[in-house]
Design a protein around this ligand. Structure first.
Ligand code: HNI
Length: 147
């Protein structure tokens, strides 16, 4: 079981409380699709992903980025039980969507970069450490049902 310091808990809660899920989710997923183009294969039904501009302007990418952030919100609300919280989502990504689990970390890194850019100087090294610890637990929990 993961232990969280008070600073880590407060930091995670306050970052997510101040995020605009639509904006941040869209940017993080779009960045992932541009930087790691092989991730596009899972979104073949999303229409035009031809280049960075098309990906950034694609409403399906934006909508799905928002869904992912709402998915993360469930972990924020269950910080002491993230593994169980994601059991079903892990099965879905593994058995139905067949998403290579290496990609979870890539999306998490893109989200970190987007949040860092939005927070500017407030994204200190300690804040980054807390945020990435949280995302590492998310990624590991999403990988749990892979075998
Ligand atoms: Ni992911 C669907 C959460 C990473 C590909 N994903 C979901 C849903 C949630 C979700 C929530 C909606 C489930 C439902 O309908 O019941 N995904 C997350 C989270 C992460 C993540 C929290 C990691 C931070 N997903 C990824 C990655 C990929 C991915 C890295 C592929 C590169 N996800 C998908 C696909 C779907 C999906 C594909 C189905 C989309 C659709 O609507 O067709």
């Amino acid at each position: 079981m993961v232990e969280w310091t008070e600073f880590e808990r407060n930091t995670i809660q306050s970052i997510f409380a101040n995020l605009n899920y639509e904006v941040t989710g869209a940017k993080a997923l779009a960045r992932c699709l541009v930087v790691y183009p092989w991730t596009q294969r899972y979104f073949a039904n999303f229409g035009n992903l031809y280049n960075a501009a098309a990906i950034m302007g694609n409403p399906k990418v934006a909508a799905h980025g928002t869904v992912v952030l709402h998915g993360l919100d469930r972990a924020v609300k269950n910080m002491d039980n993230i593994k169980a919280t994601y059991a079903e989502l892990s099965v879905l990504h593994s058995e139905k969507l067949h998403v290579d689990p290496d990609n979870f970390k890539l999306l998490a890194d893109c989200l970190t970069i987007v949040v860092a850019a939005q927070m500017g100087a407030a994204f200190t090294a300690e804040v980054q450490a807390a945020f990435q610890k949280f995302l590492a637990v998310v990624v590991s929990s999403l990988c749990r049902q892979y075998h």
